[in-house]
Design a protein around this ligand. Structure first.
Ligand SMILES: [Zn+2]
Length: 253
């Protein structure tokens, strides 16, 4: 099946409720390519390797969580940025990027998908509410140890997970927010959670965890943000019978 660029764009904007979000990047079509789309490559980040893959499988579109044109980045299209955008334009490939909308979406978002992968119930949000509520927490039916959570994360994500343990207190209330959301450990502390999981870690995260008596797990920015685009690939395949391929390019960060 094929779908027009316009139709796919309209569908994604509505599905992911893009207009509700204030973000650090434009969400939606970032680089315009072919008018019709039948083959889509999905990945976490629009790196050169992902574009090269899309070229090799003759995809007309790429959909990612991390696109381009972040608020803080230099605006000129030179160097690495020029090479990436040139590859897209020369090969007539559309690039769609969804950042916060693909973290928060109630079904397809990175956060619900991580909870689903780990079998954690959802009780509430870390911050905000409703469609734009970011980060989740849940109350487990039984208490588990920090070591058990670390092991479970490692098995589910296929990588090592850094665990900062304040002590051997059991975990019942656990919060999570995918990617570089280590700063939200403060929200987890405010909510009185026993543990908090994100992708990355900062030097200060360790002190916050120790001094507030909360377990912290850094499970990988890339590793925790694979769920959203994978769920979206499956959704678009089922909805429009598009040929959607999730490409996982290893990233240790
Ligand atoms: Zn991210």
């Amino acid at each position: 099946m094929a779908i027009s660029r316009q139709q796919l764009n309209d569908y994604l904007q509505q599905l992911l409720q893009v207009s509700l979000f204030k973000d650090y990047c434009p969400n939606g079509l970032q680089v315009e390519g072919a008018e019709n789309v039948s083959k889509i490559v999905l990945g976490v980040t629009a790196s050169q390797a992902l574009i090269d893959k899309a070229v090799s499988v003759e995809a007309q579109a790429i959909i990612v969580h991390h696109g381009y044109f972040w608020r803080s980045e230099p605006e000129a299209i030179v160097g690495m940025k020029q090479r990436r955008i040139k590859s897209l334009l020369v090969n007539d490939i559309n690039l769609w990027a969804y950042h916060l909308p693909l973290d928060c979406h109630a079904e397809l978002g990175n956060n619900p998908q991580l909870g689903l992968l780990l079998g954690w119930p959802v009780t509430g949000y870390l911050t905000g509410d409703g469609p734009t509520g970011l980060g989740l927490w849940g109350e487990l039916t039984e208490s588990v140890s920090g070591g058990q959570v670390q092991h479970q994360l490692q098995e589910a994500l296929g990588r090592s997970v850094l665990h900062v343990a304040p002590d051997d207190r059991p975990i019942r209330r656990i919060g999570w927010c995918t990617g570089g959301a280590q700063g939200y450990i403060d929200k987890a502390v405010e909510l009185g959670l026993d543990a908090y999981v994100s992708g990355e870690i900062s030097e200060s995260t360790v002190h916050t965890a120790r001094e507030n008596g909360i377990h912290y797990f850094a499970a990988g920015h890339h590793a925790t943000e694979r769920g959203g685009v994978q769920a979206l690939a499956q959704h678009l395949n089922e909805k429009f019978a598009l040929d959607c391929e999730f490409v996982d390019l290893d990233n240790p960060a």
